[in-house]
Design a protein around this ligand. Structure first.
Ligand SMILES: [Mn+2]
Length: 247
């Protein structure tokens, strides 16, 4: 039986500081291949090179990956400030309508970190540029000088709502995750259901209300060593089932 094909939304990177390429972290690619048992294809974050309906028609699912640039605050009606960091307006233009189109057509979608924030903005939600500045919140960013293993190490629990889709995926009400994000959800979008929180209240897992297929996103990075981490394994396995119509 043919394996499903999954579009992994890439990011712009610059070789030698100024030669632009499009890339995805290998961990995303390996997680989709090894755990979801699907063929990974990196989709450039260049909204002018492919029509959304072409992508949705030809691919079996999409992963909205993490990335250094943040969703531009204009996409949720706020002014740009220094704290919002860098942007990729082309990726914004591609992914926000792509998420909505996939959900409408029951194409499975998984959001990771920036992808989680994109799901929220796609449905009218807003973001905090720097959650560690909010009272009572922990710093969810990675240690700046650590090794990759230290950056992606488990950092906090995520408490999963009873009766939620994530509870079914993990068969548990608490999972241990990494944390490499500065931004977080401020107001949840109209169809966004927050199904998991960090102990400080920061939203960490969401589903899209009334989606007819897998439409889940997490604020952490489950793709890191996904074949070894039990929680990541459950998430990418469930996504693989959804690609085969079994979610
Ligand atoms: Mn976190």
């Amino acid at each position: 039986m043919k394996r499903p094909i999954v579009g992994i939304i890439g990011n712009a990177y610059y070789i030698d500081g100024d030669y632009p390429v499009q890339a995805s972290g290998v961990s995303n690619i390996e997680a989709i291949s090894a755990v979801s048992n699907a063929i990974p294809v990196v989709i450039p974050s260049l909204h002018k090179v492919s029509e959304i309906h072409e992508l949705v028609d030809r691919l079996d699912g999409f992963v909205f990956t993490g990335g250094r640039p943040n969703v531009h605050p204009e996409e949720y009606g706020e002014e740009e400030t220094e704290a919002h960091g860098t942007f990729d307006r082309s990726r914004d233009a591609l992914v926000l309508p792509l998420i909505r189109e996939c959900v409408e057509l029951a194409v499975p979608v998984l959001g990771i970190c920036r992808g989680f924030q994109e799901f929220n903005v796609a449905y009218g939600g807003s973001l905090y540029p720097e959650i560690r500045d909010l009272p009572g919140r922990m710093n969810h960013r990675m240690p700046p000088d650590g090794t990759q293993d230290e950056k992606f190490a488990h950092r906090h629990d995520v408490i999963i709502e009873a009766g939620s889709i994530f509870e079914r995926v993990f068969d548990s009400n608490v999972v241990l995750t990494n944390s490499l994000h500065g931004q977080g959800i401020k107001a949840a979008g109209a169809r966004i259901i927050v199904e998991g929180h960090a102990p400080d209240g920061t939203p960490e897992a969401l589903s899209v209300k009334d989606a007819k297929n897998f439409a889940l996103a997490v604020q952490w990075h489950p793709e890191w060593q996904a074949d070894q981490d039990p929680v990541s394994n459950q998430l990418f396995t469930a996504f693989g089932k959804a690609l085969r119509g079994g979610f």
